[in-house]
Design a binder for this molecule. Sequence first.
Ligand code: SF4
Ligand code: SF4
Length: 367
Amino acid sequence: MSSEVYFMNLRTKQGHNLLDKLERLIGKAGILDGIEEKDLVALKMHFGERGNLAYVQPQFIRRVVEGVKGKGGRPFLTDANTLYVGSRANAVDHLETAIENGFAYAVVGAPLVIADGLNGKDYVAVPVNLKHFKEVKIGSAAVHADALIAVTHFKGHEATGFGGTLKNLGMGLGNRSGKQQMHSDVLPEITEDSCRACGKCAKWCPAGAITVSEKAKIDSGLCIGCGECTVTCPYKAIAINWKSQPDVFQEKIVEYTAGVLKGKEGKTGFITFVTNVSPLCDCCSWNDEPIISDIGILASKDPIAIDQAAVDLVNKAHGNPHSELGERHGENDKFRTLFPQVDWGIQLAYGEEVGLGTRKYKLIEVN
Ligand code: SF4
Ligand code: SF4
């Protein structure tokens, strides 16, 4: 069995602009068909870090918003806060960055809701019972939505090879402590010099693993690695350990994606922009020269098939010698060339194994 992935290139002519073409693509792919009257529909976005310009333009998002409204749905744009310190680590900074990047209501026609709340603590533990996690921590607005459409900008990523739909959903909608769980195989540690013994971490620790006298201490025998303390400490005295093996990291993202999609069967859709394919993630506060020329936009009901199709399209395209690829622009696998330590296929193979979709696809062009 293969899945259908619909594709539009970026050619246009008078009277047929890209926004109209996107609308046709979405219609042919049928990704809004599961939306019912009054459904709250989450449009999972990446609003772009401040200073990054590679994210999907808000004018395209407005057309998706209009499509959802046309089905009677109530769309909202959403993403969860970041773990790293940047311009989207809490809802206030995140919303300001999104609006600065053009995602104002006046432009997109829908409200913005930060999925895991003001400081990343607003999540639902979704049971998945998979290899790494029994349950995953997903931003509550995404869980409580009736339907979900992921709008993804496809690009490179140093830890997953490429960042596609799986990364947009799994990493993107994990709350801050969930992101810590995905990023780290190692329990957090207290940096004693920074600790002011305020006791906040102990108050939030669900395992009673922290005691505070002169300094906070974590009992590694009790700690369950949930990551709550790392996002709670106001003095950054609890170190986030970013170390995670690329294969384990990818599998964890897939398990989080399974949690995001759980309970929304028949009410999800995926759109991927294979444009401005920057070598690194939109979480960077810059975007480098694209590694290929713009290819087009994909739409599918299958999150694995759409990622496989996107990576295949990128790898078939001519590499840009003026990009980070440089003299290696002729290599077939551009993401392995950029990140030789990462086998990006792991996320797709594991996603297939846990039943999220198939790597086999039929590419259907829409004009
Ligand atoms: S929250 Fe931070 S500063 Fe306060 S006791 Fe815990 S580690 Fe120390
Ligand atoms: S990671 Fe979780 S369980 Fe471990 S000390 Fe921090 S809050 Fe407690």
